[in-house]
Design a protein around this ligand. Structure first.
Ligand SMILES: Cc1cc2nc3c(=O)[nH]c(=O)nc-3n(C[C@H](O)[C@H](O)[C@H](O)COP(=O)(O)O)c2cc1C
Length: 432
């Protein structure tokens, strides 16, 4: 489903707030985006011909709508897409190429400056597409882009991510296409890192039909129904990038990062620019949700996993709740260990039984309160590789950050293979 059809369906469900007065892409717009929470905000008054949308990925229910499924089925649906990718069709005429601008002027786009402390205005919902020749696949991933002038950005490439590996292993400019306003299927897939050399857009097409089109200046393929595509090259010139508010809501530091030069803009006739609030619900949902199926798969290797939730309170990156169907005394502990294999940046995991709603933190805390003995059910691993986003981790320049990790087994304790001696003592009475 293309983004504008999704917006229309969301409007029918009263999920969209409209702003009809003109708003410049600055802190005034940011304030409205912040206040909207996880609602979709549609700035319908055109700025240089662009309307602006924010929050389209801010809630799980938006993805459920786009994929035509129930919200609670999302994790299983993503697991299925990862197991059964689908090759998207390539079309020759595409909405994202209705207008071609060879005279590039990035200052004409409503690229938002989010705080006075930022290094500049940032594209925050741009999917960077590159050919990964070493793996023989087309790679798609979100990368923030700080506008430098009319034709150039600084791009943040985290070391170890595929776009970074492609760039670091080449001495030449790397052709890149940056897609803005892509269908939700493509956005979610670009936030995933499918194993085994599967291109992200094959996952996208398994989630919902996502046709591709060839770029005009390269053989890169992009979602045909995107709103805007910036065609260009990642160069080897380095400039200061940052500061920038990151996922945890804290400022990321200034680093030397590559310059991207844009050669051409292709877009729809009446384009909608997607602005994503850094550290807001849209950023958090897009970061956290794609790690749920990988945790699910890792836990499922050691016991039966029922659901996974990367919680917003844990910055949608560092905390997970894992729900299992316990069959052996040590399943809770094994599930906790496995969760960290499924998401390398995970810091704390809580494992619950099937009678606990993993999406309700009150219930999860109740399980911790009534089923956990700290000296028995908490496992701590010291000095583990960590997310660079955790300010409390040990950060040594040039090295991977280090952290302690913790799993909490909040499942009902079993005495032996037969189960708990007094299961009734652990059941929660629920009034009808
Ligand atoms: C909204 C958003 C912004 C992101 N910004 C960046 C970024 O600036 N740099 C980066 O390296 N990763 C960023 N990421 C994370 C990557 O896009 C993500 O980890 C992706 O799965 C990497 O995939 P790959 O290594 O398989 O290409 C961002 C993710 C989201 C959802």
């Amino acid at each position: 489903m293309q983004l504008r059809d999704f917006i229309q369906q969301a409007e029918e469900r009263q999920w969209v707030e409209h702003v009809d007065t003109p708003v410049a892409p600055d802190e005034g717009m940011v304030r409205l985006m912040y206040r909207a929470g996880d609602k979709i905000l549609f700035f319908r008054s055109r700025w240089n011909g662009y309307r602006v949308i924010s929050g389209v990925c801010a809630s799980r229910r938006y993805f459920a709508l786009a994929f035509g499924i129930d919200e609670r089925e999302l994790c299983a649906y993503l697991v299925k897409a990862l197991e059964s990718p689908a090759v998207p069709p390539i079309v020759t005429a595409a909405p994202c190429q209705e207008v071609v601008e060879e005279d590039v002027d990035l200052e004409a786009l409503p690229i938002v400056r989010h705080t006075p402390h930022d290094g500049g205005p940032y594209i925050t919902a741009g999917i960077a597409v590159v050919h990964d020749l070493a793996r023989g696949v087309l790679n798609a991933a979100f990368h923030r882009l700080m506008r430098l002038d009319r034709r150039r950005f600084a791009v943040r490439l985290v070391e170890g991510r595929h776009t970074h590996s492609v760039w670091a292993s080449s001495t030449e400019d790397v052709p890149v296409a940056i897609c803005i306003g892509a269908p939700l299927s493509a956005q979610l897939a670009a936030a995933m890192s499918p194993a085994g050399g599967i291109p992200e857009f094959h996952i996208a097409h398994a989630l919902a039909p996502t046709p591709l089109v060839r770029c005009l200046g390269s053989d890169l393929l992009v979602p045909a129904e995107s709103e805007i595509v910036l065609e260009g090259r990642i160069t080897h010139e380095l400039v200061d990038e940052g500061p920038f508010i990151d996922l945890t809501g804290t400022f990321d530091i200034v680093r030397k990062q590559p310059v991207v030069e844009i050669d051409r803009i292709t877009r729809r006739r009446d384009p909608i620019y997607q602005a994503l609030l850094p550290g807001g619900p849209e950023h958090r949902t897009l970061m956290g949700m794609p790690r749920e199926p990988t945790i699910f798969a890792a836990v499922n290797e050691v016991c039966e996993c029922l659901n996974v939730w990367i919680t917003p309170g844990g910055a949608s990156w560092l905390h997970a709740v894992v729900q299992i169907r316990k069959r052996r005394p040590d399943d809770g502990r094994r599930a906790g260990e496995a969760a960290f294999r499924g998401h390398g940046s995970l810091k704390h995991a809580v494992v619950v039984d099937e009678d606990i709603n993993p999406f309700d933190m009150q219930e999860v805390e109740w399980a911790i309160a009534t089923r956990v003995q700290a000296d028995r059910d908490i496992i701590i691993w010291e000095d583990q590789p960590s997310s660079s986003l955790d300010p409390s981790a040990k950060h040594i320049p040039g090295q991977k950050a280090r952290t302690a990790k913790m799993a909490v087994d909040a499942t009902i304790p079993w005495d032996d293979e037969k189960g708990p001696r007094h299961p009734e003592a652990f059941q929660r009475f629920r009034y009808e």
